[in-house]
Design a binder for this molecule. Structure first.
Ligand code: SF4
Length: 587
């Protein structure tokens, strides 16, 4: 049935593996053999996919598989103590499956619930605002082996706190209005409106949307594809979650008018695994839109205007937010970023011309199609027109979603969200920029502080090193391993930083850390490696004294226990006398 549901298409391998795992709590060898035979692909390819994604497993997990979000904001809300409490209650260690197979417990990267942490996932479904009382209840439900469907709904409640709607969130909208406006105005005329709006991609890179769409539309190779990137994995970002939860029609409508313009009849929405709770409701929205003539054949009665959208789930890999890695993942492979050129707009999904845009970009395009490009371009700054949705979390009274015209000052945002005694703000998530409280006059804009939407606030009680270590660990964990500078470099960065933070660093270590940062940044294959050193580099720039104060050693000290490292050699040589220990050798 897994094969039938996926229509025996190898590109749906990830979806098949997710379905197998949901049934067997892992991917059994027998399933791998069957899939390999049925799909005519090597079993090693299936194993490579299963090993690549954090949420797929080749060994059985617990019937209740719990992943606790390890984002810095979860940590600030007491995640570590709650994790220990849960582990104690359930008598299971982190990273292990309990002996009776009932429960497994793990850390995971950010789950996209930074405004309502500490958060976790149980069998993929989000649990929010965890506290001791909720953990008592969860432990009880697990011991009673209660099916998830019978768990109290409040455990899974996800709020969408829109604190400050602006240009786009305040716009009235009727289903079909943007498609109707596009068809009435004309496809190239609507593309001209998108061009005039100067809309730039909201996923972070800021590529001009109209240029991308035009380039795709003129490609003679067919078919063309539209992909909505809903793999919102940057820690601290959750505005796409809100858009898909509350404004899904407007996102799908943006994909549909893009399809009309570029000549595509197939769209894909790549939904991050952590947003599994949205999957069924998004399917219902798609069904309703098909029934209303807004998807499917001859949309809005226009002969030959055919377009439909399929939702595919990710499986826990931050790198799949990168467009070419996402395309690989959609083709049923490990999400390893492609070598470019060619760009995906020329050679994308199935090696065909493909537009990949962020959820917020399609949402904005919908309103531009209705209101026109000038309406949008009048807001914001010269290089950053329109508004930006921010996901605000951390030390503030009112975390949630805020929409601001581009160009808004950081200090005004901090005032609105109720942030006092600010030590610094991480704009754009771990891959973005850390600014200190001396830089609050800076602006949210592509020409100053560019962000896909993450805005994390830290007050003076926070340790910069806790933040930087959390981000550096995150990159080491999420490196896809394809290229050496990033695979090895992110781990070296993590270890070197730890050595300094723990007071074992000398001046030479700080120099080495700076050099390593530049090597990883300048020689990695994709954006992850390019930005992995940003947390260290930006805090070294804003707070050099912090790092210098940590240098307690006057001379070089190894970052590891040399004598302990020789234990294997001693075992092999069957020696444990004094001379076989390093301290004795030195004497
Ligand atoms: Fe993978 Fe890192 Fe290399 Fe990007 S830079 S391809 S994430 S190893």
């Amino acid at each position: 049935s897994v094969l039938a549901e996926a229509d025996h298409k190898p590109e749906r391998l990830l979806q098949m593996l997710r379905a197998v795992q949901a049934q067997y709590l892992h991917i059994p060898q027998a399933a791998i053999e069957q899939l390999a035979a049925a799909l005519h692909i090597p079993r090693t390819q299936i194993i490579a996919v299963a090993e690549f994604y954090s949420f797929l497993h080749l060994t059985p997990q617990g019937r209740y598989d719990i992943h606790i979000s390890d984002s810095i904001t979860d940590r600030m809300l007491g995640k570590e103590k709650l994790l220990n409490y849960l582990a104690e209650k359930l008598k299971v260690k982190t990273g292990q499956v309990r002996a009776d197979g009932l429960v497994s417990l793990n850390n995971t990267s950010c789950t996209g619930m930074c405004d309502q942490g500490p958060a976790a996932l149980v069998n993929g479904y989000a649990l929010t605002r965890l506290d001791h009382a909720k953990i008592d209840l969860i432990a009880e439900l697990i011991e009673q082996q209660a099916p998830l469907l019978e768990w109290p709904a409040e455990l899974f409640a996800v709020d969408e706190p829109i604190r400050k709607p602006g240009l786009l969130l305040n716009q009235p909208f009727n289903n079909g209005a943007a498609i109707a406006a596009t068809l009435a105005r004309g496809l190239m005329e609507t593309l001209a409106e998108v061009d005039c709006s100067n809309l730039r991609g909201r996923g972070g890179a800021g590529f001009k949307t109209a240029l991308k769409w035009r380039t795709c539309s003129v490609q003679t190779d067919t078919p063309h594809y539209v992909i909505c990137n809903a793999d919102e994995g940057e820690p601290g970002t959750f505005k796409d979650r809100m858009l898909l939860d509350l404004y899904a029609d407007q996102v799908f409508e943006g994909m549909t008018l893009c399809a009309a313009i570029i000549g595509s009849d197939q769209g894909l929405l790549y939904l991050r695994a952590e947003y599994l709770f949205l999957y069924e409701q998004l399917q219902r929205v798609l069904k309703r839109r098909r029934e209303s003539g807004l998807l499917g054949r001859n949309i809005l009665g226009r002969d030959g205007f055919d377009f439909d959208i399929e939702i595919r789930m990710g499986a826990g890999a931050y790198i799949c937010g990168e467009a070419s890695a996402q395309i690989e993942s959609l083709e049923g492979k490990p999400g390893i970023p492609r070598v470019k050129p060619p760009n995906s707009v020329i050679c994308g999904y199935q090696r065909k011309p493909t537009v990949v845009d962020n959820v917020e970009t399609f949402f904005a395009a919908t309103h531009i199609a209705i209101q026109g490009g000038l309406w949008f371009a009048e807001v914001g700054t010269a290089q950053s027109t329109g508004s930006k949705l921010l996901s605000i979390s951390g030390d503030c009274a009112r975390p949630g979603i805020y929409e601001y015209p581009f160009g808004t000052l950081v200090k005004d945002i901090l005032r609105d969200c109720g942030a006092d005694d600010v030590m610094g703000v991480q704009v754009g998530g771990p891959s973005g920029t850390f600014i200190s409280n001396r830089e609050l006059q800076r602006r949210i804009a592509f020409e100053d502080l560019s962000t896909a939407g993450s805005f994390m606030v830290f007050n003076s009680s926070r340790s910069i090193f806790d933040i930087v270590q959390n981000f550096t660990d995150f990159f080491a964990h999420e490196s896809c391993g394809f290229c050496t500078p990033c695979r090895v470099g992110t781990t070296l960065l993590k270890n070197q930083l730890r050595k300094i933070v723990e007071g074992n660093g000398a001046a030479v270590d700080l120099e080495e850390l700076s050099e390593l940062c530049l090597i990883v940044k300048n020689t990695s294959h994709c954006g992850l490696g390019d930005s992995a050193a940003n947390p260290i580099l930006s805090t070294l720039a804003s707070h050099p004294e912090l790092y210098l104060n940590q240098l307690k050693q006057s001379s070089f000290t190894p970052g590891f226990d040399l004598d302990a490292t020789l234990a294997v050699a001693r075992r092999m040589a069957q020696r444990d006398d004094d001379a076989a220990h390093l301290s004795q050798v030195e004497n």
